[in-house]
Design a protein around this ligand. Sequence first.
Ligand SMILES: *Cc1c(COP(=O)(O)O)cnc(C)c1O
Length: 482
Amino acid sequence: MNYISTRGAGIGERHTFSDILLGGLAKDGGLYLPNEYPKVSADELARWRTLPYADLAFEILRKFSDDIPDEDLRELTRRTYTAQVYCNVRDEENAAQITPLKTLGVEGGAPLSLLELSNGPTLAFKDMAMQLLGNLFEYTLAKHGQTLNILGATSGDTGSAAEYAMRGKKGIRVFMLSPHKKMSAFQTAQMYSLQDPNIFNIAVEGVFDDCQDIVKAVSNDHAFKAQQKIGTVNSINWARVVAQVVYYFKGYFAATKSNDERVSFTVPSGNFGNVCAGHIARMMGLPVEKLVVATNENDVLDEFFRTGIYRVRKSSETYHTSSPSMDISKASNFERFVFDLLGRDPARVLQLFRDVEEKGGFDLQASGDFARVQEFGFVSGRSSHDDRVDTIRDVFEQYDTMIDTHTADGVKVAREHLQAGIPMIVLETAQPIKFGETIREALEREPERPAAFSGIEDLPQRFVVLANDAERVKAFVAERTR
Ligand SMILES: *Cc1c(COP(=O)(O)O)cnc(C)c1O
């Protein structure tokens, strides 16, 4: 398996899975993708139907990472996907399934269900990939005698998933910037209560954008970055995307009885990482009817899938919503799909994403490329705060199930794309406890809290407060990496 950039770099060069694992963008600013998608045969699909999650993950990942010996990869996936790690399920007997499918009911002739992806340590779907990344990083670094210092900025979900994945890992330190006193008490406690010596919580006296600007400033200091071995774990990381392919297969098997059936997935989307994994599963041969992209008020992606116009927003035009993990102004993984949509033409991808930078977007309607979106099964919809509240209330009343705000966006949009006889699987991306305010608004009661999290706000917290100053952050990192 060789990896190429969506903008053309690396064609004719050799980039293995391990080569691109620790890096971010390709050197031409593009995103890495396999030079072709591995195909799943009918025999394989039949054999995979009954595999436990960890072994299914092994079978899928080995098709993308042929430079890791099978026995090592099998050990890594078995260590990652255990019932002990993904233990925060509401229904204990489902824990061993890692991503249990919860059937809601039949609507419009279509069985409607939730694929639970948020039973990991931080109660959001990002744990699914990040936990594997932690083990893969540790393995690869040890093999090459290297160390890595991860620098990131977070307003909640991503940072805590990264910290829980990297805690106690040899050769890795995490420096995570978060806005001082701007996160919810629950999210703050989740991150700051970690006592592991390789995790550094840095509360910046500023807002989330200030934290991001500091990460950018540090990353642009190439000498510092190289000397301190600074890396990131952002959503364009290829291993994160490919780890997510696994649960599309798992969900398909859970929702069907035979491999002749087709299913649709609805995916609450922000940076297009999650649904990009669904696209890859479909390209590998998973029988997927529709991939439904659900956005909130930040509807860059919904606009594209309705009109063929991709128009990124300014950060001042980005709404702060009650499904905050989908509040994006541009979708960082979208370029991977555009590459496939344009028949894998790197020169055109380069031009289009130059247009994004220079003109704020592009229009594929006129060129006729947009018509092909259908062939890839994509449709979309958008949801608002009122939709979210109504959906949370309705799902609770009808199905006695409490869902979080992002999953509610998914259910709302899924209902607009039901087809009789085709199971609709909505990806559940977080647990309601993380977004208590909207739950109280919708249901006039407290969100459910998994037992492991009771009293988390009272635990001792470990963090430093630093001024909103990149030089101060650099000095802090340098002192701790000596
Ligand atoms: C990150 C996140 C999303 C969006 O996922 P993308 O891969 O960025 O599209 C949706 N819901 C929750 C809860 C998230 O944390």
